[in-house]
Design a binder for this molecule. Structure first.
Ligand SMILES: *Cc1c(COP(=O)(O)O)cnc(C)c1O
Length: 233
């Protein structure tokens, strides 16, 4: 991807308005299912979004962002980070083990820990002194063969492996429900797996279903197009 064909999106004041509205909605969301007292966090998803549009969100006070490709982040974010040092960047796309080292230098949070090989690669880099990222385990709640994530039935064992043998600190769970299904049962399942494993982070809900995510106790919602408009295919 080159920086030229990134999406410029709506006018800056529209982006600011959408960020402000979402932040208000999220702050107001109260759920009996919340696993922590902390207010839910808006992760603004900026994959394929131009630096100009991202700056509009930054100027509106947004500081937490999600991206899905290591290479795109290496191109876009160093300049933005220079101007906004307090940004928190979440990786929300698949991570190849040969890019772990680079990812650790670019991201604060990795939401897509989805297999033992990746967990081992992360533990190895951290043993060599890499900065420890905040980690979420991605769960394939719909058990879709083409989708990344640990199967629900294997998640407890995977968490035990990560926390035990590998010594990784896991903050929470993340999921992307099947597009053609209601999100609620998937969010309820993710909530239950987190609860029984003593995890407080729940990254669930995107533009189309963040309200459902919040109702089921999300700690993080990942919202892209509802802020920046539709992405180029
Ligand atoms: C793109 C993406 C989002 C944001 O999607 P929108 O529908 O644009 O809000 C959230 N989570 C993941 C994992 C994504 O890849």
């Amino acid at each position: 991807m080159t920086v030229e064909n990134l999406q410029s999106g709506p006018a800056p004041d529209r982006i600011a308005e959408r960020v402000a509205n979402l932040r208000g909605e999220i702050a107001a969301a109260q759920s009996a299912l919340r696993l922590t007292e902390a207010a839910p966090v808006l992760v603004a998803v900026t994959k394929k979004i131009s630096e100009t549009a991202i700056r509009a969100a930054l100027q509106a006070g947004q500081r937490v962002f999600g991206e899905n490709r290591v290479q795109e982040v290496a191109e876009k974010w160093p300049a933005l980070r220079k101007d906004f040092a307090d940004v928190t960047l979440h990786l929300i796309g698949p991570l190849q083990t040969n890019k772990v080292k680079q990812a650790l230098s670019l991201f604060d949070v990795i939401e897509t820990l989805d297999r033992p090989k990746l967990a081992e690669a992360l533990a190895k880099e951290m043993a060599k002194g890499a900065r420890a990222p905040r980690l979420f385990v991605q769960v394939n709640t719909g058990e879709e063969p083409q989708k990344a994530g640990v199967a629900p039935s294997e998640t407890d064992a995977f968490l035990n492996h990560c926390r035990g043998a590998l010594g990784l600190r896991i903050e929470g769970l993340m999921c992307v429900p099947p597009v053609a299904e209601a999100a609620a049962p998937h969010f309820a399942l993710l909530h239950e797996i987190a609860r029984r494993n003593g995890l407080h982070g729940l990254s669930m809900g995107m533009s189309g279903d963040y309200a459902t995510g919040l109702a089921f106790g999300a700690s993080h919602v990942r919202v892209g197009s509802a802020i920046f408009g539709p992405r180029a295919p």
